[in-house]
Design a protein around this ligand. Structure first.
Ligand SMILES: [Zn+2]
Length: 300
């Protein structure tokens, strides 16, 4: 990796979701995610402080996914700074209205989650992106890794030259909306269309990923120290949880299946014994009836 005087900044005035400003080795400036519409003025203040004031000050906007707390100000920023908006093709189709938008599932989160899901469904973002990417290496040194399942086109965005990973909502570095405590977690079920799919994508990314020196999540603090070790520990923790759960489920399944078979076998054996026990009695009863019938007929 070539030496690079890049920088990463968080638009700290916007608190609902993280908006990241990356300045790459060539001085190009990219915004990753754009925050929720209601925090537009706060975002503007943060950008001004970072020197983003005029048309041309931003080179592009990348969206990790289409949710309103990440894509909410994209169109407004494009208008203001004259820069293109990029996101994954699956989410681009939904943002533009070419594909149907699936509402979030209800009744699986807290009251707060229900409220946020309601806001997402009511204020879903509509915009035409300027270019859509697939997975793998793309423009400006960014690469997309699948984190599908949070939304249809949710991705982990990796910037190779600066070894920076933008994780959106697929891997959080803190409990929303707090940025004070560092704590990694996978996508939250209430906000994800297919949370298991998203978790599996992140697990497989963590098993084999490019070097990460800075981690910028959609919610939670910036992580810039010992990122590789922290990711490795997190990967182990989510595999540890997963493996025993699967193992227990397997053992439980086998045990219930086995005990089910045993129960059926026991019932069959009991039924066979009952038939065997009652068979002589039935036979004797038939014989008694026959003898009685014979006796009655001989008396006639
Ligand atoms: Zn989201």
């Amino acid at each position: 990796m070539k030496s690079c005087s890049s920088s990463i900044a968080l638009a700290s005035s916007a608190i609902v979701a993280n908006v990241w400003l990356l300045r790459d080795c060539d001085g190009q400036r990219f915004l990753i995610d754009t925050g929720v519409r209601t925090e537009r003025m706060a975002l503007d203040a943060s950008l001004r402080r970072a020197g983003i004031r005029n048309r041309g000050d931003l080179n592009a906007i990348f969206l990790t996914h289409r949710h309103c707390d990440h894509a909410g100000n994209a169109a407004w920023l494009r208008e203001r700074f004259g820069c293109p908006i990029y996101c994954h093709a699956e989410d681009a189709q939904i943002l533009s209205g070419q594909a149907a938008r699936e509402p979030l599932r209800r009744g699986i989160g807290s009251v707060y989650d229900e409220l946020c899901c309601g806001i997402e469904d009511l204020t879903a973002v509509r915009l035409d992106v300027d270019d859509a990417f697939a997975l793998g290496a793309w423009k400006h040194g960014f690469e997309g890794f699948a984190a599908f399942g949070h939304t249809e086109g949710s991705v982990l965005l990796y910037h190779r030259a600066t070894a920076t990973l933008f994780t959106g909502d697929a891997l959080l570095s803190g409990v929303p909306p707090l940025r004070t405590h560092e704590r990694f977690s996978l996508a939250i079920p209430a906000y994800s269309l297919d949370v298991d799919q998203c978790h599996d994508h992140v697990r497989s990314f963590l098993r084999d990923h490019p070097k990460v020196q800075q981690l910028c999540a959609g919610h939670g603090p910036f992580v810039g120290d010992d990122v590789e070790q922290k990711l490795a520990a997190f990967a182990r923790s989510i595999e540890r949880v997963q493996k025993p759960t699967r193992a227990i489920a397997g053992i439980w399944g086998a045990a219930t299946w086995h005990s089910g078979i045993n129960a059926v076998q026991a019932r069959l054996e009991r039924a066979t014994e009952t038939v065997a026990e009652t068979a002589p009695q039935v036979r004797a009863a038939i014989e008694r009836s026959r003898a009685l019938a014979n006796g009655l007929s001989s008396r006639r």
